[in-house]
Design a protein around this ligand. Structure first.
Ligand code: ATP
Ligand code: MG
Length: 323
């Protein structure tokens, strides 16, 4: 299998702190790997190693087949980085910021200028391109940061908590931008503390805690791993709720819960419970408006895996991004 990037057994210590305790991370080309973990889990440290900004104490990592230590210059040509450390100069305009990066990447002046213009347009910043970045809103700045990481047309992009501190509408904006990047064939490493974000964008997720990967899989696999599926039934005739209640208790072997709006739910220990219920409802001639098997949310998965409460969007302010 060919991976766009691959890290094996990364260990990184800062004095007495073990930031990474031997983690493996990898993504196939053209996919999104979500790295999900609470504050201090080691996300940024892993990204910095993969971005050649920091050396691991142990383990190795490659990007596009190039070693991040031995072939650092080649790796840098393949990657774009955006996130917790702002790459934007406050006093320069959006256009100047992007042109500056173009010149750092040895683009010709003319090419820097046209690339900057093109990106500003793509990210809805054409109007604001002539204004100093310090006048930008949080959402605009995040978009400029994302645009900055794309100047060199990278094939691998690291997004380190790209939506931390953004309101829901702006988060959705950034998500859509990430999706459009994927259409152009790039590979993305996305770190996040938000389960819905990983669920929405990632093909596979590595859950990390205290510098170790504690679970890995597709969002659906992770949800399955934790189990705890729920059957949801809403009969078309509310008058038959009692009958449905009895059938549901018999097939699942659990007590039911009622939402009070004609919906009954019960835990399902295995998939066959669902098909049995469908058959029994049919035999009893009970029609349904709604009948589904709900997986646990990633929030529940995260809680089960880490024992930590789910982080909330506003728990983290945007100041951290401006370091
Ligand atoms: N330069 C450093 N010097 C000392 N300790 C560090 C350094 N960088 C990171 N650490 C420590 O390593 C651990 C992992 O930090 P890291 O920044 O990788 O976490 P993170 O998952 O990115 O967290 P957050 O969600 O808060 O950004 C933390 O305990 C942190 O305090
Ligand atoms: Mg971080």
């Amino acid at each position: 299998m060919t991976y766009a990037f691959q890290a094996e057994g990364l260990v990184k210590r800062f004095g007495a702190t073990t930031a990474l305790a031997g983690i493996d991370l990898a993504a196939r080309a053209g996919t999104v790997l979500g790295v999900l973990g609470p504050n201090g889990a080691g996300k940024t440290t892993a990204v910095r190693i993969l971005a050649t900004l920091l050396r691991a104490d142990e383990g190795r990592a490659t990007v596009g087949g190039y070693d991040v230590v031995r072939d650092a210059a080649k790796v840098r040509r393949l990657i774009g980085l955006t996130g917790q450390y702002a790459s934007v100069d406050e006093d320069l305009t959006g256009q100047q910021n992007l042109e500056l990066i173009g010149s750092l990447l040895d683009l010709r002046r003319k090419d820097s200028r046209s690339r900057a213009k093109e990106l500003l347009e793509q990210f809805g910043l054409a109007e604001a391109g002539g204004r100093a970045a310090k006048t930008y809103s949080g959402g605009m700045r995040r978009r400029l940061d994302l645009a900055a990481s794309l100047v060199g047309r990278p094939s691998v992009i690291y997004l380190d908590e790209p939506t931390t501190g953004l309101d829901p509408v702006k988060r959705e904006d950034v998500w859509n931008m990430v999706r459009s990047l994927l259409d152009s064939g790039v590979t993305v490493l996305l770190t996040t503390q938000y389960l819905d974000e990983a669920d929405a964008l990632a093909d596979e997720i590595s859950v990390i805690d205290h510098g170790s990967v504690i679970a890995h899989g597709t969002p659906a696999e992770l949800k399955h791993k934790v189990g705890g599926q729920t059957i949801v039934v809403r009969p078309s005739d509310p008058g038959r709720l009692d009958e449905v209640d009895r059938l549901l208790r018999e097939t699942t072997g659990h007590e039911t819960e009622s939402s009070g709006r004609g919906v009954l739910t019960a835990p399902a220990d295995d998939d066959r419970v669902f098909t049995t219920l469908v058959r029994r409802l049919d035999e009893a001639g009970i029609g349904v408006i709604e009948l589904s098997l709900r997986l646990p949310s990633l929030d529940e998965v995260f809680f089960t895996l880490t024992g930590a409460p789910v982080p909330h969007q506003n728990a983290h302010d945007s100041l951290e991004m401006a370091v």
